[in-house]
Write a protein that binds this ligand. Structure first.
Ligand code: ACO
Length: 331
């Protein structure tokens, strides 16, 4: 496809619930320690949504902030794509619920299920709708309430997850704009789909009394197998866009990767040979918020003045599927 227009990120916003669960709180729930969690994952605390807070509530708050930062009104939006695996309901999509919350209708709104890569998958799709001229301002959200499907008796997983939302507006760039989504790559390797899975609640194993008793509706993850695959697939996704655009890693101003484990972030940084000062990390505050980690980290880094207009930012993620992807932008 020959692009008619360029796409750019014109606004960002994030929202996290107020309730904080720190590592010392986790010590009271399962057989773990602050020391183990910090040294093995880099996490210190995570946010927990309240009983009456669903994914669309978090997405709505983050979306309002993204609209504000893009200097747009809800009526300027002409498409909504939400990356999530913890939607309000199995159906309808969270994007449709978000559309109603924003007082909008009569344009496409849909969810993407790509685990932690959900926001990058959604941004990849949005870029194409902007470039072909069909849409002008797309609301792209990565949002998750993984703590609602976390088994708090399983220490292997329960310390890892937190809730949050990262929203972005992907807009048509003006011809004179230096801001641009330069390139993006998405991929999947379904041969490992069962390493990270919510086993019950779908058509393979409909929800039953037994499935709930066995906690099969919660996150099942073979963490150490995923660890190696995470580094390799995010590295490949980054390499593809760097090579395709004839860019050296030294020219990248900032790297934002999925915040699943500090050791994964460091291993990827080392493999890419990027200066560690250029790597954005906020895992200690929010833990793994799945599809929300990358847009939340992007928003925080922009709002704190770290990432500035004109900077070259490489983003990468990895998650259930197993999916992976990257996004290269000039902000
Ligand atoms: N506290 C104390 N000990 C623990 C805990 C805990 N919370 N969790 C595990 N352990 C123990 C294990 O029982 C094991 O003990 P053993 O040696 O006596 O059997 C030991 O620690 C080592 O366990 P490992 O699983 O080998 O620990 P590892 O160093 O691999 O860290 C972790 C585990 C943090 C899960 C890591 O493997 C990881 O981050 N994996 C990748 C996760 C990821 O990227 N997921 C994808 C995205 S998530 C998404 O899409 C929703």
């Amino acid at each position: 496809m020959i692009a008619k227009y360029n796409a750019k990120i014109s606004g960002t916003g994030m929202y996290v619930p107020d309730k904080i669960l720190n590592n010392f709180d986790m010590e009271k729930i399962v057989d773990t320690s602050d020391e183990w969690i910090r040294t093995r994952t880099g996490m210190s605390e995570r946010r927990i949504s309240s009983k009456d807070q669903a994914v669309s509530d978090l997405a709505y708050e983050a979306s309002l902030k993204a609209l504000q930062s893009a200097h747009l009104k809800p009526k300027d939006i002409d498409m909504i794509i939400v990356g999530t695996i913890t939607s309000d309901h199995a159906f309808p999509s969270t994007a449709c619920i978000l559309q109603k919350k924003l007082g909008l209708k009569n344009f496409p709104a849909f969810d993407i299920s790509a685990g932690c890569t959900g926001w990058i998958y959604a941004a990849n799709i949005a870029k194409q709708y902007i470039e072909n001229g069909i849409a002008k301002n797309i609301l792209v959200v990565g949002v998750e309430t993984l703590t609602k499907i976390t088994n708090y008796t399983d220490r292997n997983t329960c310390v890892l997850f937190g809730d949050g939302a990262g929203a972005t507006i992907i807009s048509r760039a003006e011809t004179k704009d230096i801001s641009k989504i330069i390139d993006t790559e998405i991929s999947a390797d379904g041969t490992h789909y069962d390493l990270l899975i919510q086993q019950a609640g779908g058509s393979r194993m409909p929800a039953s009394k037994e499935s709930v008793e066995k906690n099969l509706h919660t996150v099942y993850m073979e963490g150490n197998k995923i660890f190696k695959l995470a580094v390799r697939s995010m590295f490949n996704a980054c390499e593809v866009v760097l090579k395709r655009n004839k860019l050296d890693v030294q020219s990248i101003d900032w790297l934002i990767t999925h915040q699943a484990n500090m050791r994964i972030i460091q291993s990827l940084g080392k493999k890419l040979k990027i200066d560690e000062k250029k790597v954005i990390v906020n895992i200690e505050k929010y833990a793994n918020t799945s599809a929300a980690t990358v847009p939340m980290a992007l928003d925080e880094a922009i709002k704190s003045g770290k990432i500035r207009h004109g900077d070259l930012v490489l983003m990468a993620s990895f998650g259930a599927g197993l999916t992976s992807g990257s996004l290269l932008i000039r902000l």
